[in-house]
Design a protein around this ligand. Sequence first.
Ligand code: HEM
Length: 110
Amino acid sequence: MGGIQRLTQIIDDFYTRLLQDPMIGFHFKPFPKEQLVRGQVEFVRRIFGDRSGTYELRPLKQVHSPFKLLPGQIARRFQILKETLQDWKLDESCQKRWLNADEKVASSLT
Ligand code: HEM
């Protein structure tokens, strides 16, 4: 994928897009972008079997329960993630692995 530096750039871009989104951007705006990026980088590192990160992820159901997420909002985020990975030309197998893991978690958040 190009290492942690490129992964961080991809996820930074993902949050730039999420923060600008008229439908779900408001959920992310109260949080510092670096905090959002740090959590997501750790999540994706783990998808790819990298356990060397130092950030300890919090339980995701708990983190998201205050937002009372709707299925349409989850779907919107997923669409933006897909577009981001395509635009960064991540190889197909990486995209699939990332999106599958993300979708699995997503289904537990509504
Ligand atoms: C529209 C839907 C979603 C919204 C609005 C949302 C919003 C947020 C926000 C605001 C945070 C930061 C909370 C904090 O720092 O206290 C967060 C953290 C996080 N979200 Fe989401 N989220 C959504 C869906 C998802 C999905 C589907 C996943 C699946 C992977 C996900 C994974 C994470 C992870 C890994 C963190 C970091 C947790 C940590 O720092 O310990 N989110 N989310």
